[in-house]
Design a protein around this ligand. Sequence first.
Ligand SMILES: [Fe+2]
Length: 358
Amino acid sequence: MYRIIKSVPKSLFGKGSFNQMGDILDEMRKDKDSYFVFLVDDYFKEKPLSDRIPLKGGDYIIWVNVDDEPKTSLVDKISDQIKESQSHMASAVIGIGGGSTMDYAKAVSVMLTNEGSSTLYQGLNLAKVPAVYHIGVPTLSGTGAEVSMTAVLTGPVKKLGIKGEFTPFDLIIMDPELIKDCPKNQRFFTGMDSYIHNVESMDGINRNSISDSYAIQSQNLCREVFLNANLTREEADEKMMVSSYFGGLSIGHSEVGVCHALSYGLSYVLGLHHGIANCIAFNNLEDVYGEHVREFHKMVELHEIDLPMHISKEFTKEQVEKMAVTAFGLDHMWRHAFGLEWQKHVTTERIIEWYNLM
Ligand SMILES: [Fe+2]
């Protein structure tokens, strides 16, 4: 079984690059009926960034609420809304926001050209028709969603991404200025997603020279951002954006591991956002990721982060069991972390023990 990686073919990076989006889109306007759909995190609705979106002619914005993790139901709703309101296809879909908005933009682009519900495409290479051209503009850094082949979605029966060659963005615009106002805790939780991607990518059977190379550099940048007090915020934001990008490329060539499997269970059952769910899980994984978890503790302390503790006291038995079943089902992550015979090391009982530490 071969595994071909597709990453983002075009990128524009640098402070102020967001200001060039208008020119880029103008070149793509083929005729007077061309229009673009902007999917934008509704956090920006009343913020100055909303006035900087280069709307023209028939272009329009769909504000996306990302209080919950991306859902197949909302992907279907947005895709139907776009299809019903227009007689012809949009020239591009542009996602502006954090990892969840990136996932919505990727998924909606695929669903504009593929029939039926997005639940039918949760899995690998299930979409048959190429997506509408899509552009990603991250306003948070760490998830690597800007470069990944997956649009992670929670559906009625599972949390699983639409993964395949049509999912990655055609172009990403990475402007470090867009992440400068991110609140402290959120910046940390999202940044740690990148740190954890690198730890997991390098600790498992799918690791290779390409994934290691990206992970090592991404990890160095992450450490500079969160352990070097001498960096200015501007310098740190630029490095964080690159760390996220390289971390995403690293897991694309390798795989995530134990923390992400447990984190998916937390998000699926409790609706926790990916970054914070990862941090809650990673905080208790010293038995697996030893020195990295101790370094993580140091970063939490240094940045005085309010990390939720002892949340397992509130779990019901049914919730823990559902989390464990969700996590156990992510066999590709366990196989990466523990090898082909992973079931000798991981059982739902052991997974429940991990959840009970949280
Ligand atoms: Fe992640």
